[in-house]
Ligand binder design. Sequence first.
Ligand code: HEC
Length: 117
Amino acid sequence: MILKLISKIFILGAILLLPVLISCKKDDSKPLSALQLRGKGSYMANCSACHNPDPRLVGSVGPDVAGSSLELITTRVIHQSYPPGYKPKRQSGLMPALPFLENDLPAIHAYLNSFVK
Ligand code: HEC
């Protein structure tokens, strides 16, 4: 009898909690494409030590980079420079060139531009 009551309370509690749990799920991003996922992996491995693991936010030493154009990413990562007329967010010079990542740049670009504004 008492066991039945306890299990009923349990089930009721679970039912009441379910919508709360579902609404807690962060749903501010679309599912990533294969290219974007590859870019996310490369970003996490090669960039997130300095830039924030969430590219929309400022990182430990690097600025936010979500929404960066392919031209900006390419000039910065490969040539350690900027597109003509671009005003850099920071001037510390701490970011080295990472030319071995050339093949990853379209994927990184796709990932950095996957965020819903
Ligand atoms: C060693 C730390 C470090 C690593 C690793 C790093 N960055 Fe940076 N990044 C910086 C810093 C610091 C800046 C700001 C410019 C400066 O001071 O050199 C920057 C600037 C940038 C900018 C220009 C931002 C702007 O709008 O001015 C882009 C784009 C960028 N990084 C992308 C990347 C990507 C993509 C990777 C990984 C492939 C990466 N960075 C890896 C530290 C780093």
